[in-house]
Design a protein around this ligand. Structure first.
Ligand code: SF4
Ligand code: SF4
Length: 448
């Protein structure tokens, strides 16, 4: 079980971190300011500023912890600019658990620091009103899908009427919604032959609405590999977006709901196809460490959670035989490591193994595949300038690789790279690894 980072400020310390969720001093004092992390930090690479580096952000935490400063707007600004990509955590020789540290720091900011009215209202609506409520999320998704499919979006964009609507400036970030959403209804997808494993599948929040066909592909790929898939009806959003934004109490409620849903039946694993959700569920034990009723169950769910690529590699997957080459020419594919897969879960080989197994795929590495694309959950909406700089950096690297397709493993990354490539006027496709594997299986079936 992970060490609990939540300790109430003792009152004997001069700390200006106050409240139930505070970053653990022993975590921040592991940092010896060596600077090995600087060149892995996207915001430092873009700005060259110490305050936009992991070391600088930790120094600010220490200053607050030692009572040398209050939590000021300037300090919050530097912490808010952190993508929580955890690239620094992976390279740190002192083992600073940066993700845990920043998550607790963000939670404390929301307790101690008063944000502006508009921000508070938007946060409350998104984190408390929409994300925890699956039905409301589906209704809002349905409205946006109608807006896109009815032609209203085209008119609104042409006439610029969209700018007049509340939140209209964010409309340009609206991703394409799936024609049919992926609905968790307690369905069971059974393999044809021998059952090698039984799993439960997380549908998530964003991915169900934006990439529903990929979740269908996940169930097909699993069934093809002899895995029975159960999709619990009472599941909901995993709480990742809340936890990363400092909304730990609502994240805990969402985690409890999912724990109840996923422990309802005995399964061999809980499969997650979105890297950000997988990393959060693997850390439910930390999130609920102080909850006497749920701590043990949270540890059980964390232990059982598997990323889809990790699971297939562990299980041993059927070699795909359908070729993705067209007119005798291999499809050139590169791979972007989603931060919450590559860094937070340290899973880098399995997605590459899957891609390399597909006939007719020429796999090429791109430069900086482990540098964040700038998506980072709600970051792309809140820190637009930095997000777009990183999106540009990513699209440049994708194009330089010469690949026709960039594959990845997280809905936020897919959306961010699609938008960055479109802004750059590039036609490179963005696909999930699982979609390419599924396509190869389907081609083999169609040609037999
Ligand atoms: S690598 Fe680790 S110890 Fe060194 S400055 Fe970065 S966070 Fe601190
Ligand atoms: S989590 Fe990412 S953006 Fe934040 S300090 Fe670490 S490397 Fe930089």
């Amino acid at each position: 079980m992970a060490t609990d980072s939540r300790q109430a400020s003792s009152g004997t310390r001069p700390s200006n971190f106050r409240g139930p969720d505070v970053p653990a001093p022993e975590d921040m004092y592991k940092c010896v300011h060596c600077g090995f992390c600087l060149q892995s930090c996207p915001t430092y690479l873009e700005t060259g500023l110490e305050a936009e580096s992991p070391r600088g952000r930790i120094a600010l935490m220490k200053a607050v912890e030692e009572g040398r400063t209050e939590i000021t707007p300037a300090i919050v600004g530097h912490w808010d600019k952190c993508l929580q990509c955890r690239a620094c955590e992976v390279v740190c020789p002192s083992g600073v658990p940066y993700g845990r540290l920043m998550e607790a720091t963000r939670a404390n900011v929301e307790t101690v620091f008063k944000r502006g009215f508009k921000q508070r209202r938007a946060r409350n609506m998104g984190f408390n009103g929409v994300l925890p409520n699956t039905k409301r999320l589906n209704r809002i998704g349905g409205m946006f899908r109608f807006y896109q499919n009815s032609g209203l979006q085209t008119v609104a964009r042409k006439t610029r009427a969209v700018r007049l609507a509340p939140g209209g400036s964010l409309e340009k970030f609206l991703p394409r919604l799936s024609d049919n959403f992926f609905i968790a209804s307690g369905q069971i997808i059974r393999p044809e032959g021998e059952v090698r494993a039984r799993v439960a599948l997380l549908g998530g929040c964003v991915m169900r609405l934006t990439h529903a066909p990929t979740l269908d592909a996940v169930t097909r790929v699993l069934a093809r590999n002899g895995v029975e898939v159960y999709v619990p009806e009472t599941q909901g959003c995993c709480g990742a977006l809340n936890a990363h934004s400092g909304e730990r109490e609502s994240a805990r409620d969402m985690a409890r709901k999912n724990i109840d849903a996923f422990l309802e039946v005995e399964t061999d694993a809980i499969i997650v196809a979105a890297a950000g959700c997988g990393s959060t569920m693997k850390e439910y034990d930390d999130l609920l460490a102080n909850d006497p009723e749920y701590a043990e169950k949270a540890a059980d769910v964390a232990e059982r959670t598997r990323d889809i690529h990790e699971f297939l590699a562990e299980l041993g997957f059927e070699a795909p035989t359908g070729s993705l080459a067209t007119k005798g020419k291999d499809l050139k594919v590169t791979y972007q490591d989603s931060c919450h897969l590559g860094h937070a879960q340290q899973i880098t080989a399995p997605p590459r193994q899957l891609l390399n197994s597909i006939p007719g795929v020429e796999f090429v590495e791109m430069e900086e595949s482990l540098i964040c694309c700038g998506s980072a959950g709600t970051y792309s909406l809140i820190e637009q300038e930095m997000s777009q700089r990183l999106g540009r950096r990513k699209s440049n690297n994708i194009v330089a690789s010469g690949a026709a397709v960039v594959a990845t493993a997280n809905p936020g990354c897919v959306i961010q790279m699609e938008q960055a490539l479109e802004r750059a006027g590039e036609g490179t496709q963005v696909r999930y690894v699982i979609d390419l594997l599924d396509e190869s299986y389907q081609i083999a079936d169609d040609t037999n």
